[in-house]
Design a protein around this ligand. Sequence first.
Ligand SMILES: Cc1cc2nc3c(=O)[nH]c(=O)nc-3n(C[C@H](O)[C@H](O)[C@H](O)COP(=O)(O)OP(=O)(O)OC[C@H]3O[C@@H](n4cnc5c(N)ncnc54)[C@H](O)[C@@H]3O)c2cc1C
Length: 505
Amino acid sequence: MSGTAGTAICLLRCDLRAHDNQVLHWAQHNADFVIPLYCFDPRHYLGTHCYRLPKTGPHRLRFLLESVKDLRETLKKKGSTLVVRKGKPEDVVCDLITQLGSVTAVVFHEEATQEELDVEKGLCQVCRQHGVKIQTFWGSTLYHRDDLPFRPIDRLPDVYTHFRKGLESGAKVRPTLRMAAQLKPLAPGLEEGSIPTMEDFGQKVTYNNPLAIVTCAVKNLVASYKETRNGLVGMDYSTKFAPWLALGCISPRYIYEQIQKYERERTANESTYWVLFELLWRDYFRFVALKYGRRIFSLREGKTGVPFVDANMRELSATGFMSNRGRQNVASFLTKDLGLDWRMGAEWFEYLLVDYDVCSNYGNWLYSAGIGNDPRENRKFNMIKQGLDYDGNGDYVRLWVPELQGIKGADIHTPWALSSAALSQAGVTLGETYPQPVVTAPEWSRHIHQRPRAGHYIWTKPSRRITESVRLEKSSEIIESNLSPNITISTECHIQSFFKQLQEW
Ligand SMILES: Cc1cc2nc3c(=O)[nH]c(=O)nc-3n(C[C@H](O)[C@H](O)[C@H](O)COP(=O)(O)OP(=O)(O)OC[C@H]3O[C@@H](n4cnc5c(N)ncnc54)[C@H](O)[C@@H]3O)c2cc1C
C-alpha cells in the first residue's frame, strides 16, 4: 500500500441508498477519499441453480438500472458520485486497489446467503493480499442482528410468532444514522464509469411498467392497509416498498421512524402497526437464512386452467409483481396441488420479481411448501375458496385472463363447472380458448356455484378499483401518460409520497 491519503472503497450491493447507510457513514469518518462503488456482477445474469432460468429478468433489471442512476444523482448532489463497473466485485476491487495505490479500506454490508457470502470471502482474500483493511456492517434489517434476543443465531425460533413476540418485547430498533450533507471526494483520477443499458444485457422491457404501478400504489393506502393488504387489483392495496427494500434503496429503520413519528404526532392504529408487522416477516426470513445457511436452497405461462392461479402468474410475467395473497396461493398450488418441486416456483419468481430478495423469496417458498418455518404441516390453500374470498366478483381474474371475460361474476373461478350452454354464451370453449384445469382438488367442490359470503374480502370501493383495473388492462399508455414521461420514480419520491399520504390521513 502506498500513498498517505486514505481511500475507502464502499462496495454497495443491496444497500443502494445514501440515507441510513453505515458503509458510507463509516468511510466518511475514516478516510480522505471515498469511493461508492456498484458492480454489475456477471454471475447475477447467468442461469438459476436447478432450472437454468435467467437469474435477473427484465423487470428487475430495469428497476436496478433506474435505482443505480437514482443513487448516482443523489450522490452527485452530495459532491460525490457512484462509480460503476461491470465485473465481479472481487476483481473490480482488486483492480482499483492496484490502480489507485491509496486504498486503505474496503467497506460493505454483510449479506446472509451463500453466493453473497462467497463474494465476501473473495473480497477478504483480495484485501489480505494487499494489506487493506476490511470493514463490514450488518444493515439490511429493521432490528439489528446484534440486538436479537435469540443468541447465538441457532436459538432463532422456527415459528414466526415466537420470533415477533420475542423482538417486540425484548429488542429495540436502532435510530437511523445521521449522514453528512457533503460526502468526501473520489480518489483523484478515477473515472465514474457508464451505467449499462437493458440492451447491454440483451434484454428489453415487456409492455407494462411496474414502476408506474408502484407510484400509484401509495395513494390512499395507509388509512386502510390492514384491510386492503390482501388485495389483488390496483395500485393502492399495499405499500409496494418491496423492490426498494430488496435493493436497499429504503432503510427499514427509516420506515420505522416515519411510522413512529406519525404515531406520536397523530395516532397509532392497526394499519401503521401492520406495516411493521410485515416488515418483521422480512427480517425473519433474513435471520432464518443466517441460521440455516445453504440448507434453504435445496407455471410459468398462466395456463393451468385454474383461473385464479393463471391470473396471478400472468400478472407476474407482465409486470414483475404479484400480490402477497397471490404469491401464497400460487406457491400452495404448485407445491400442494401439483406436487411439483418448490424450487421451480422459487426460481421462476427469482427470474421475474422486481422485488426479488433471496431470503424473502426462498424463505416464503419453503414456508409454503411446508418444509420451512410453518408449524402447520398440512396447510394448503383452496384455490376456489381463496378466489371467492379475495376476488368475489372475479374482476381480478377478468383483468388478467381476458379469454374468460364473458363469464359473469364469481363463476369465472370455475369455468369447468359451468354448463356447455353457459360456456358457449360466454364465448368460452374449454380445451380451446381456455384450458381444462390441469388438476382439481376434492375440497374445491364445496365452493363451486357458491357466491362470496357477506363479510368476505370485497373491495370497499369497487367502482374505483374496477376503473383502475380497466385502465391497467386496456391501456398501459394511460398509466404512462398519467405519470409523466420520467419513468424513474426515485427512492426519495416514493418514500415521501407514502409518508405524505400518512400525514394527510
Ligand atoms: C412465495 C412467495 C415469495 C415471495 N418472494 C418475495 C421476494 O422475493 N421479495 C420480497 O420482498 N417479498 C417476497 N414475498 C413477500 C411478499 O409477497 C412481498 O413482500 C409483498 O407482496 C410486496 O408488496 P408490498 O411491498 O406492497 O408489501 P406490503 O404488504 O406493503 O408489506 C410491507 C413490506 O413488508 C415486507 N413483507 C411483507 N410480507 C412479507 C413476507 N411474507 N415475507 C417477507 N417480507 C414481507 C416487504 O418488504 C414489504 O415491502 C414473497 C411471498 C411469497 C408467498
